[in-house]
Write a protein of this length. Structure first.
Length: 121
């Protein structure tokens, strides 16, 4: 697995891409707001009717269920709690396409093989 830092990427590499932020807790909210403030299109993936879905909508974000948000994005940021990630991943895995970027704020489930994305993701 390659670790990327700010020196490895260009800001324009994400131009025109949609970012799905899965989860809208403390990390999801901060990431989503920073991305939006930087000019990127952001969709929040959340459980329908849940408190975080309402909070994201109140903050002016488009909100969709996890699978729908994933299917409409090229960059997917998994920001739900570690213990919820495997279940959320099962909902979204078929909606990830070759070349999409799937990122995690914490790599526990990747490191221990609980979540194993396709090599083309």
């Amino acid at each position: 697995m390659k670790l990327f830092t700010e020196n490895d990427v260009r800001r324009d590499a994400m131009q025109g891409k949609t970012v799905a932020v899965l989860g809208y807790g403390s990390q999801g909210r901060a990431h989503a707001q920073n991305l939006r403030d930087s000019g990127y299109k952001v969709i929040i993936g959340a459980r329908a009717g849940g408190p975080t879905a309402s909070a994201a909508a109140a903050d002016g974000f488009e909100v969709a269920e996890f699978a729908d948000a994933t299917s409409r994005a090229q960059v997917v940021s998994m920001l739900v709690p570690d213990m919820a990630q495997p279940a959320v991943y099962e909902q979204v895995r078929e909606h990830l396409q070759a070349g999409d970027t799937l990122l995690f704020a914490h790599g526990f489930n990747i490191h221990f093989g609980v979540i194993e994305p396709s090599p083309d993701i």
